[in-house]
Design a protein around this ligand. Structure first.
Ligand code: ADP
Ligand code: 5GP
Length: 187
């Protein structure tokens, strides 16, 4: 079993921004491309950002036990970590980087134990989280409302992670992530 790094956060906290930076800096880090039943948004590409599936395809994969973990993160929209992704990345000797919702993050930490470093990216406030989602410009107003409403609930799970990083100033948050991960890998 190889090592894994888990990033979780309420949507809009900035975890994808931080993860992208880490993937650029560490060639041995590889992003676990999740499956989802939602439609691609913006310039997202199949097999690169997500494995996009219909709801029926997703449920068939569940029935075939093809997921390490999966969640209906938002009503009617499912996301999951494919076993094939984990096997593919470890077969190359790489370290897996997960970007999953908070419940998925807790489940993955339970599965991978000491081989996992779980990081919760905390927004400075709910107001700022909403502002970032609006500025990102990828979600309809009702989708933003749903994500913000869920964020309050998700923040309560932060203590279950190995580390909490507050993403107020982006450069400070990236430096903190770098420090925590370097310590984990050198342990
Ligand atoms: P998540 O992956 O957690 O949903 P993103 O990485 O997509 O969040 O970030 C949401 C939006 O907030 C993006 O438009 C991103 O550029 C912006 N953002 C990320 N971090 C910061 C920060 N520290 N300050 C201001 N804006 C940020
Ligand atoms: P988005 O629609 O913004 O890409 O993602 C919505 C949420 O689903 C985010 O919190 C993201 O981290 C989470 N997510 C993405 N992939 C997975 C996965 O494989 N499993 C789980 N549990 N959550 C995921």
């Amino acid at each position: 079993m190889g090592k894994v790094i888990i990033f979780s956060a309420p949507s809009g906290s900035g975890k994808t921004t931080i993860v992208r930076e880490l993937l650029k800096r560490f060639p041995q880090f590889e992003f676990s491309v999740s499956a989802t039943s939602r439609a691609p948004r913006g310039c997202e590409r199949h097999g690169c950002d997500y494995h996009f599936m219909t709801h029926e395809e997703f449920m068939r994969a569940v029935a075939e036990n093809r997921f390490v973990e999966w969640e209906e993160v938002y009503q009617g929209t499912c996301y999951g970590t494919l076993r094939s992704e984990v096997e593919r990345i470890w077969a190359k000797g790489n370290i897996i980087v997960f970007d999953v919702d908070v419940i998925g993050g807790i489940n993955l930490k339970r599965i991978f134990g000491d081989d996992a470093c779980s990081i919760f990216v905390m927004p400075p406030s709910i107001g700022e989280l909403r502002r970032r989602l609006v500025c990102r410009g990828t979600d309809a107003p009702e989708v933003i409302d749903r994500r913000v409403a869920k964020a309050e609930y998700e923040l309560g799970f932060a203590p279950k992670f190995d580390t909490v990083i507050v993403n107020d100033d982006l450069e400070t948050a990236k430096a903190e992530a770098l420090k925590v991960i370097t310590q984990f890998l050198n342990r």
